[in-house]
Design a protein around this ligand. Structure first.
Ligand SMILES: [Zn+2]
Length: 863
């Protein structure tokens, strides 16, 4: 098999730097002409000869001029093209020189949605991580920063708006109905932050006054018919700017901030400095079209991209191995902001649920990798939950150990040292140590070692000596490329609770593990306590302690830490479900029933927390707990049994809550109403198992917002009945004109556990509104199916169908194909007959001779 592994240890500084780069983009009907005029100078820290290595990919070259003299690949000996046609070598160069390169590119034919492409007639770019090299020969690496100027020339009628990063210097009309705009950087930037947009766009405008009284103009661009859907995004942006000032004293550094919303986008958004480009699905929001979840997600992505302005547009990463550096602090910051804006414990519960459902799964999969990988084939495969979410958890651990003010000290020192630099994780760690005057080097283990650490805890109580002992043993499976694993530094927030439910007085509420095995003794303990361990999920680990059902039930009643109370409920239901699957005995445990009821009827706990507690763990989470010989059908049946038993038992209680919350009909988007709707719809789902489908159908008809109607729609889509078809038709007729809202119609059908779901998906994939070149459509139909519908996805015919789609997508958009195939490789621990069927499909994909690198890397690892 092919191999093109790149190693972190092979990093070398560039032999040249770029003083300035002047780009001209002439947008023509069938192609775009790119002229790149760059001034190079020798890097005095490079030990290499005067050789320039320019990255390129698939380029149609018109001409190369070295100091105004044309040179050519055929006749000049100082130009060499080697290494799989990805590097252009220029030898024997002077210490300073100018290079002019003219290339022809074809954005209209580009379906990869990287570099320059056309989405619904709109020209736009996506250069991170390595898109720039598809437009021109360049030092396309994040540690080469330069000052850019970009001149865009286009037909004025077709493309009246011409945007790029930084300042608009001039714009002018030309002959033949053309016009141009010239944009110029005041500061240096790496090539991955380059952006260009052109088309007939409209915008909404607002402004923000910074704490130093600087006026910043804010604009959100989109096509004119969507312009009234951007107000929420604008308000979110202003909230983010304010919070970054209040919490971190970071002021926006330019006069203008622009967002452009695009329908075809591989991810959520891209933080190109000054000109953020967004997937329109994370910009457009009105109560009729967006659910509460959408609102919260939109807000979070807007904040995330805005926070990038400091972390890492100004401090960027030296090479792509350090990618997590660019993302972690931003994820951490947007998560902290969310917690400040809504509710700390709900936010924590949601984040941890996401981490355990998806990141832990990735860490146990063949694609498992450390947060700073030491090698890769395609960096695009490493935009993962490990890099984003696990890193953010590592930062949270620093904060837990150092407290908030120390964290601020680090941040101040970090920006003081590294503003406008390209840095490494070591720079980050050094600043953390120096700011806090502490040795934190053991944190390095988190950057370099893959897989979720496991901590086994045991306890011992000596009534005679009144000593209670907790023993912690940490372990972590060793991967093929690792010799051994070093112990992690792990903060465990905890408390001890005595038999009457009171907290025992302790000196410290945090234990910091640094060794493979450690014992901690607590004196003067009268009776054996119950430990409340890993409060607030203080470390991204799997913690095992032999809690009996009695102890879970005790913690659910008595733990004062909200997160742990929730977690006790989750672990209790997970264990119960695992027991049902393994023993095949359907039985509703009395202790569980009582604990569930105590939460359900407790009027003192708030609704969002209640909704989280009574939501059973997902099928994939149960599968991950079972760990081997997984049978998704059995898991599905067990979960269905438990829900049915609970509604049989507590129908009156569920209906009481539901009817009470149903009365509040005025629609508002504030935290309290969001929580009320959340609980109401969780109750409705339970009720649907007893009294379907009339209640759900009525809820759909009565709803005055997307949260409620979508919730009813997705519940009904799981039930075989005539109302199901009616509601799906109604939703379709209402929203078929809107490409974003109709994705909900695709996804609810893809996640239905009904027997005919695969046939339906096959039909939908040929529907006139389905378009495989649009990533949002692919995510709605194929990714929802393969991620969120384990019971139907885990069938031989489904594997074959998704494998077909991976191969089809690979020819259109390899990055999206790679994300889809990752959903297949996560299921390695299946019962052998299923795994064999899945393996055959993975093998079929890997045997495709023209398979892209990015898909091949994933499939190869799984085999
Ligand atoms: Zn980001």
């Amino acid at each position: 098999m092919k191999n093109k592994t790149i190693y972190l240890k092979d990093y070398k500084v560039s032999s040249y730097f770029v003083e300035s780069i002047d780009l001209t983009y002439e947008l023509k009907k069938d192609y775009t002409l790119v002229t790149n005029e760059s001034k190079f100078y020798k890097n005095i820290n490079s030990k290499e000869d005067n050789i320039l290595k320019l990255n390129w990919n698939n380029l149609d070259i018109i001409g190369i001029f070295l100091d105004w003299k044309k040179i050519s690949i055929e006749i000049d000996s100082n130009i060499e093209l080697i290494e799989d046609n990805t590097i252009l070598f220029l030898n024997d160069l002077p210490d300073t020189f100018e290079l002019k390169i003219v290339t022809k590119i074809y954005p209209h034919k580009n379906t990869s949605l990287e570099w320059l492409y056309v989405s619904n007639w709109i020209y736009c770019t996506q250069c991170e991580p390595e898109g720039f090299r598809n437009m021109t020969y360049y030092l396309d690496r994040p540690d080469v920063l330069s000052v850019y100027s970009t001149k865009i020339i286009a037909d004025k009628q077709d493309n009246p708006v011409l945007l790029s990063n930084w300042n608009l210097i001039e714009s002018w009309d030309l002959e033949d109905g053309k016009h141009y705009a010239l944009w110029k950087d005041p500061f240096k930037k790496p090539s991955y932050l380059f952006a260009l947009v052109a088309w007939k766009l409209d915008y909404i405008e607002s402004s923000f006054t910074t704490f130093r009284w600087k006026e910043v103009t804010l604009r959100i661009f989109t096509e004119p018919h969507n312009i009234n859907r951007c107000d929420f995004a604008m308000a979110s942006l202003k909230r983010a700017m304010k919070w970054d000032e209040d919490r971190f004293w970071l002021e926006y550094d330019l006069d203008l901030f622009m967002i452009v919303a695009i329908d075809d986008f591989n991810s959520g958004a891209m933080e190109n400095k000054w000109l953020n480009i967004f997937n329109s699905a994370v910009v457009f929001a009105t109560p009729e079209t967006a659910t509460d979840k959408d609102y919260i997600y939109i807000e979070r992505v807007i904040w995330h991209e805005y926070f990038h302005n400091w972390t890492w547009d100004r401090v960027t990463c030296r090479d792509w191995f350090q990618l997590s550096l660019k993302e972690w602090l931003t994820v951490f910051r947007d998560s902290e902001f969310s917690a400040d804006m809504h509710s700390k414990s709900t936010k924590r519960i949601e984040d941890v649920r996401y981490l355990c459902n998806y990141q832990f799964r990735e860490d146990a999969s063949p694609m498992s990798h450390p947060i700073r990988p030491s090698f890769f084939e395609e960096i695009s495969n490493f935009y993962t939950l490990t890099v984003y979410e696990k890193w953010a958890e590592v930062v949270r651990m620093y904060q837990t150990i150092l407290w908030k003010s120390w964290f601020r000290k680090w941040m101040d020192l970090y920006f003081e040292r590294h503003d406008w630099q390209a840095v490494t994780t070591e720079d980050f760690l050094n600043a953390m140590q120096d700011a806090n005057n502490m040795n934190l080097s053991q944190f390095q283990t988190w950057y370099d070692q893959a897989w979720t650490p496991i901590v086994d805890v045991s306890s011992n109580f000596s009534a005679e000596k009144k000593i209670y002992t907790l023993t912690f043993k940490q372990s972590c499976p060793v991967r093929q490329w690792e010799k051994r694993k070093n112990p992690f530094i792990i903060p465990i927030k905890f408390w001890l609770i005595d038999s009457s439910g009171d907290e025992i007085k302790l000196e410290n509420d945090i234990i910091i593990l640094t060794k493979e095995e450690e014992k901690f003794e607590f004196n003067n303990i009268e009776n054996e306590p119950v430990p409340s361990l890993l409060r607030d999920f203080s470390a991204p680990i799997i913690l095992n302690y032999n809690y009996s059902f009695e102890k879970y039930s005790f913690l659910i009643e008595n733990d004062s830490n909200e997160f742990n109370r929730f977690n006790a409920m989750q672990n209790f239901s997970t264990e119960l479900l695992v027991n049902i699957v393994n023993s095949w005995v359907y039985e509703l445990n009395d202790l569980f029933k009582n604990s569930f009821k105590s939460i359900l009827i407790d009027d003192t706990i708030w609704n969002s927390f209640k909704a989280e507690c009574i939501t059973l763990p997902s099928e994939t989470l149960i599968a991950d707990k079972i760990w081997k010989n997984i049978n998704p059908q059995k898991i599905f049946e067990a979960r269905k049994y438990l829900i049915t038993s609970l509604i049989e038992e507590f129908e009156v209680e569920f209906l009481k809550i539901y009817d009470n919350l149903k009365k509040k009909i005025d629609y508002k988007i504030d935290s309290e109403d969001i929580w009320n709707r959340k609980l109401k719809n969780v109750c409705l789902e339970y009720i649907s198992f007893k009294n379907w489908p009339s209640n759900v159908y009525k809820a759909y008809l009565d709803s005055n917002n997307m949260t409620d109607s979508f919730s009813a729609l997705s519940i009904l889509s799981k039930i075989e009945c005539k109302e199901r078809d009616e509601v799906l038709d109604d939703f379709y007729n209402k929203w078929n004109f809107d490409p974003i809202t109709i994705d909900k119609w695709f996804s609810v059908q893809a996640t239905s556990p009904l027997e005919n779901t695969l046939d339906n998906i096959k039909k939908l994939s040929k529907h006139k509104l389905f378009d495989i070149t649009n990533p949002n459509k692919v995510r709605a139909l194929f990714n929802s199916f393969s991620m969120l519908n384990p019971v139907i996805f885990n069938k031989p015919e489904s594997y074959e169908f998704i494998a077909d789609k991976v191969l089809e997508l690979d020819k259109i958009n390899p990055a999206i194909a790679s994300r889809l195939v990752k959903n297949m490789i996560n299921w390695k621990k299946l019962e052998s007959n299923l795994w064999e069927k899945l393996r055959l499909q993975l093998l079929r994909i890997s045997n495709e001779p023209w398979l892209s690198w990015i898909v091949l890397e994933v499939v190869k690892k799984s085999l």
